[in-house]
Design a protein around this ligand. Structure first.
Ligand SMILES: NC(=O)c1ccc[n+]([C@@H]2O[C@H](COP(=O)([O-])OP(=O)(O)OC[C@H]3O[C@@H](n4cnc5c(N)ncnc54)[C@H](O)[C@@H]3O)[C@@H](O)[C@H]2O)c1
Length: 421
């Protein structure tokens, strides 16, 4: 039996989820996208039409979430801006409906705890759409690290320099602390999740944060994801040429891992005219340059004695038992082991979402309720991002346990108040 899936939030990422659904349906009929919802009917219609064109079936279009919930959906995929994630998840749980929600899991740690507790109490699936770790090249990198390819990991450098004059994705809500938490979180949760995936839990951190480029011009969306945003309807700062953002756009964090490793996580969205990135893990026997997500490019491993990184063949020989899970392999023509892939950004983008959707369906169908990026995993990534903002705010080091349980939450308290939680 095919389960009914509803999608709420038909903006840019909502359209990418629609393409993920279309991709999933090429191989699995676990879900039928029976309904889509956006408060802007034109946006919802845009996504419904894309689905209809590709599958021949038009999802019912809603502008009211409660009405969609009552339409007979078994699961809802939440892709609204972050402010609504917890509200819509809690309403779904009340109706006995399972949830896949986009990252970040929720607006604040308190909102996450509410979602986690109710999902557990009701025995419903709560899956977080954190797709970077699902990239086959990140799976390979993880296997290589676990196999000791660079020895014992000692420190990690993750530096992401970008942004500057433009508003991120030209979406008004990302300018607002009350709707986004912080622009740092948008990219930060991806980076934090990967660091934890590769190196294990982060115990504590200290950080400095600041706002350096408050005035952003609305230049329209550019780059490889612009195509997914053309149908969306803007409702924050529409028609304004510039927007003032009200939260930190730069964070420099120093991390302590439970393993004893240390790391630097630096993210700035305030670099005018220049972008750059460092993404490395350094071990006792070598260095791994981490693969850029969704490019198909493999990690590079540099060993002490070698000038050149290991070849793909040499890397695969280090992990003779490594293979992709069956579902992921299905989207790559059944290939279980690969040293790289060439499918293009749009294809890998929709494949990673398709894998999340298929996993959600399997967790519901099998009654096991287990997903890889569950509430605990989603919260750990957000706790690192909020830990950085809390530490930047208080000028004190923070323990991640305190961020997870809410003992340290001053930065977030204003957001919680405004969200009424
Ligand atoms: N995993 C990734 O790589 C990735 C990439 C981009 C965005 N995201 C996440 O996806 C989410 C959406 O981001 P986006 O870029 O698509 O934003 P967006 O503004 O393009 O889309 C959000 C949509 O939600 C709708 N919406 C908001 N409140 C609503 C409500 N109460 N009822 C119905 N519809 C409502 C808006 O009208 C809009 O169409 C965010 O949480 C973001 O962090 C994840």
């Amino acid at each position: 039996m095919s389960l009914n899936l509803g999608l709420v939030g038909c903006g840019g990422m909502g359209m990418r989820h629609a393409h993920g659904y279309i991709e999933m349906r090429k191989h699995f009929d676990s879900f039928t996208l029976s309904a889509v919802c956006d408060r802007h009917k034109a946006a919802a219609n845009g996504v419904a039409s894309a689905v209809e064109d590709a599958t021949g079936h038009r999802p019912q279009v809603f502008t009211d979430y409660e009405a969609m919930l009552a339409s007979g959906v078994h699961a809802v995929d939440i892709v609204t801006d972050t402010r609504m994630h917890h509200t819509f998840a809690l309403q779904a749980f009340d109706a006995g409906v399972h949830i896949l929600t986009e990252k970040p899991m929720a607006l604040t740690m308190k909102a996450c705890r509410l979602m986690r507790d109710v999902a557990e109490e009701k025995g419903l699936v709560l899956s977080i759409g954190e797709q970077y770790r699902r990239d086959p090249m990140n799976r390979l990198a993880k296997a290589l690290l676990d196999a000791g390819a660079i020895g014992e990991p000692g420190f990690a450098m993750k530096v992401s320099v970008g942004g500057g004059s433009a508003l991120m994705h030209d979406t008004g809500w990302r300018a607002l602390k009350s709707r986004a938490g912080s622009i740092i979180i948008e990219q930060g949760v991806h980076e934090a999740d990967l660091l934890i995936y590769f190196l294990g839990d982060i115990e504590s951190l200290s950080a400095h944060t600041g706002l350096f480029a408050p005035v952003r011009t609305r230049e329209g969306m550019t780059g490889q994801i612009a195509q997914f945003y053309s149908h969306r309807v803007e409702d924050a700062f529409a028609n304004q040429e510039t927007v003032e953002i009200d939260q930190e756009d730069t964070a420099i964090g120093i991390l302590s891992f439970a393993s004893g490793a240390i790391g630097q996580l630096t993210i700035t969205n305030a670099s005018i005219g220049y972008g750059a990135g460092i993404n490395t893990i350094h071990g006792s026997a070598g260095t791994m340059q981490m693969p850029p997500t969704r490019t198909g490019v493999p990690p590079s491993i540099y060993l002490e004695s070698a000038q050149e990184p290991l070849s793909q063949q040499q890397m695969l020989e280090l992990v003779p038992d490594w293979e992709l899970d069956e579902v992921t392999a299905t989207f790559f023509g059944g290939t279980r082991r690969m040293g790289s892939y060439e499918v293009g950004f749009e294809a890998i983008d929709r494949i990673l979402v398709a894998i999340e959707m298929k996993e959600l369906a399997s967790a519901i169908e099998s009654n096991c309720r287990k997903v890889e990026v569950d509430a605990e995993v989603g919260m750990k990534a957000l706790a690192v991002s909020y830990g950085i903002l809390e530490s930047g705010n208080s000028r004190q080091p923070v323990s991640l346990v305190d961020i997870m349980d809410g003992s340290v939450a001053e930065y977030q308290s204003e957001i919680d108040r405004e969200a009424g939680i």
